[in-house]
Design a protein around this ligand. Structure first.
Ligand SMILES: [Zn+2]
Length: 687
């Protein structure tokens, strides 16, 4: 039997299945009506064209699917777009005869290799490299079968047309059917796996709407000062880390929060005597302030005579000497002296970060990269080519990423999207442009209408030139790019909303989904503007745990109380909420964050901070799934458990939805990405 209809290639990736042994392998996942498969090809010789086939010899003679590709340099970035643009459509609609004749002209079939590799694949311990090699499945009578049936659970879908289901069928990494188990029994075949949820709750894979993924991964390997609550503990941690270091190398770390030990800011003198041989740089948890020891200050050339750069400040003592603390763009003075992290370190950071995210049920992140005021705009681009593309080609992507780039570089993103599309693969999406309006509350650099109560001359920092920001926003938006601007203080939120309004009226109506990142403090009346202007509020509930005390201290009770973290009011004003963590500012942990959005009880508090702004479990879950997907234009692929979307989902520890909805407490049992188990609290099962 031959089939005459060939569908588009759904996905492809190169991976290195056996470090060093088999160098490269190409999988093409081809789907069509009633037909699907994956074909591995071993070691493509350089500069040749190749043919990929899932002709599995005698086994599946009737299911031959072919595709061809010109092999270019395996490391070339053009590989992705070449495959995506050339292959998917080349054989569409052709019958098998013409495909076969072209096949003969071009190259040899590789069925023998395929069979050999599949034989190898069945052997342990290589098995793990192949566990996700889902072969096409057809029932005896030719009907389609599921690869995986998920049954016997409470499946919350984030899809309003069918909020709950008890079973779902997965095929080729996507949801094929969802509903009652009885409606999908016909999809079970000999090789269909079953995941019996035993009553557990399943939710869509979480989308963290604001992370700095590589920073998170890098920070996991540095001095971790998160949660440190005394000066002594702080100094001891630094001392311990220094004991393993070579003289002269930089000690890096971060996550400290001076509010936890009463507010006193660290000074170089705290650690100078324990760090005579090493420069030290430790960033505050919000990333807007960093702390250097004297050796680092010396290397950076920072002294009494150093002037404050635009958009930043060098903190000084009474006699004008730098204390070691640098704020916002002043951090650049030290950062520019720190040796670049190597490509290897960044790749390891991605793997560490992705694995950590999976343990928390996160299957997609919106990554704002290593860009912040004062940092080079190149970093995000280097990470795309050195880290993300590498991970994609080598089969090391484990979660999906939507990447945002510095707004200054909008033309580059515009060109890249024109060339390659927004979706570089099933793992990497090109998001949009990011810029900053102000700093952070913790560093007294968020921009307010009224001054900080604890610093009466200070209204915060406007970190961008408004004209520049406006011009870049107009151009980005006109080019069809999504724009996200960081705004924390009430004044900066209004400035950005004003700007968005002008840009929208200048460029005309379109589905632009402007975002404000953080949208933390609002003046009276501002909250309604998000809904009216259809601006997405990308907010991070867990920040309120650490900000509650300091907001009251810095803004005064009345201002803090009326305008901070207004989640419920935003929803009531028809704004779309996208929840996230801003990891590594706080840990990546959607379930914790959902609970925070529901309960708003900071550590050491007995009741909620601004209880009127608590939101329901459903609202919080939606903001971590479907709204988050909508907020970054990924709602066609992810965000809900709906037919056709990626089978990304999380199995929770709880088996009571009602209890979950009241308490907001649950933990992650297992995380599935594209229908495959990517994390399990229990030892991983081969699928
Ligand atoms: Zn951020």
């Amino acid at each position: 039997m031959t089939r005459s209809v060939y569908g588009p290639i759904k996905d492809f990736y190169l991976r290195n299945p056996l470090e060093g042994a088999v160098q490269e392998m190409l999988y093409l996942v081809i789907s069509s009506i009633g037909l699907g498969g994956i074909s591995p090809v071993k070691s493509l010789p350089s500069g040749t064209s190749c043919l990929v086939s899932n002709n599995l010899g005698e086994l599946n003679k009737d299911k031959e699917v072919v595709a061809c590709c010109q092999k270019e340099d395996l490391s070339a970035s053009s590989w992705n777009s070449y495959l995506l643009e050339t292959i998917p459509y080349e054989f569409q609609g052709e019958d098998s005869k013409s495909v076969s004749s072209r096949m003969n002209k071009m190259w040899i079939a590789v069925s023998a290799t395929v069979v050999a590799l599949l034989a190898i694949a069945s052997l342990s311990p290589l098995n793990k490299f192949y566990h996700n090699l889902a072969l096409p499945q057809l029932s005896l009578h030719g009907g389609v079968l599921a690869d995986l049936l998920v049954t016997n659970g409470t499946i919350y879908t984030s899809n309003v047309t069918l909020p709950f289901a008890d079973a779902m069928a997965i095929r080729n990494g996507r949801i094929f059917r969802i509903g009652n188990y009885s409606s999908m029994q016909d999809l079970a075949g000999f090789s269909t796996k079953t995941l019996n949820l035993e009553g557990k709750v399943v939710v869509p894979g979480f989308i963290d709407s604001h992370v700095h993924l590589l920073f998170g991964g890098l920070q996991m390997a540095q001095v971790q000062l998160r949660g440190v609550d005394t000066r002594e503990h702080f100094v001891n941690k630094v001392k311990e880390a220094l004991s393993n270091m070579r003289h002269g190398s930089w000690l890096l770390g971060g996550g400290w929060n001076n509010d936890l030990w009463g507010g006193e800011l660290p000074m170089a003198s705290w650690i100078d005597d324990i760090s005579p041989y090493n420069p030290v740089w430790l960033t505050r948890m919000d990333g807007h302030m960093g702390f250097a020891n004297s050796m680092a200050l010396k290397i950076a050339g920072i002294s009494n005579s150093t002037e404050d750069p635009d958009g930043g400040a060098v903190m000084r003592n009474g006699s004008g000497e730098p204390t070691g603390l640098l704020i916002d763009s002043a951090t650049k003075l030290v950062l520019s002296c720190i040796p670049e992290v190597s490509i290897e370190e960044r790749r390891e950071a991605l793997l560490r970060a992705s694995n950590h995210a999976l343990t928390r049920g996160v299957t997609t992140v919106v990554d704002f990269g290593r860009y912040y005021p004062g940092a080079s705009t190149e970093l995000s681009w280097e990470d795309l080519s050195d880290v993300y593309r590498w991970a994609d080609l080598s089969g090391n992507m484990k979660i999906r990423v939507c990447l945002f780039f510095p707004m200054e570089t909008w033309e580059r993103l515009y060109e890249l999207i024109n060339e390659a599309g927004r979706k570089l693969s099933q793992w990497i999406y090109l998001g949009g442009m990011k810029s900053f309006a102000d700093g952070s509350l913790g560093s007294n650099s968020a921009l307010f209408y009224e001054p900080y109560v604890d610093e009466v001359q200070n209204y915060g920092l406007q970190v961008a030139d408004l004209d520049d920001l406006y011009n870049m926003t107009v151009s980005s938006d006109k080019s069809g790019l999504q724009v996200a601007v960081h705004a924390i203080g009430d004044r900066s939120n209004d400035l950005i909303l004003d700007m968005y309004k002008i840009v929208a009226s200048k460029n005309g109506i379109r589905d632009r989904r402007f975002r404000i990142e953080h949208a933390q403090h609002m003046a009276p009346g501002t909250v309604a503007r998000f809904g009216e202007q259809e601006v997405i509020a990308s907010v991070q509930p867990d920040h309120l745990l650490y900000d509650a005390d300091s907001a009251i201290k810095k803004l005064g009770m009345e201002r803090a109380q009326r305008g901070s973290y207004l989640f419920k009011s935003l929803l009531a004003g028809n704004a779309q909420l996208a929840l996230g963590s801003d990891w590594p500012v706080v840990d990546i942990n959607p379930l914790g964050s959902i609970r925070t959005a529901m309960k708003r009880v900071p550590p050491g508090w007995e009741k909620a901070w601004i209880s009127s702004e608590c939101i329901s479990l459903n609202d919080a879950l939606n903001a971590y799934t479907i709204s988050a997907a909508h907020a970054c234009f990924l709602d066609e692929d992810v965000g809900s458990l709906s037919v056709g979307k990626m089978a990304d989902f999380v199995v929770l520890s709880t088996d009571s939805w009602d209890n979950f909805a009241v308490e907001g407490s649950a933990s992650v049992e297992a995380t599935y990405v594209g229908g495959l188990q990517a994390y399990s609290r229990k030892p991983k099962e081969h699928m």
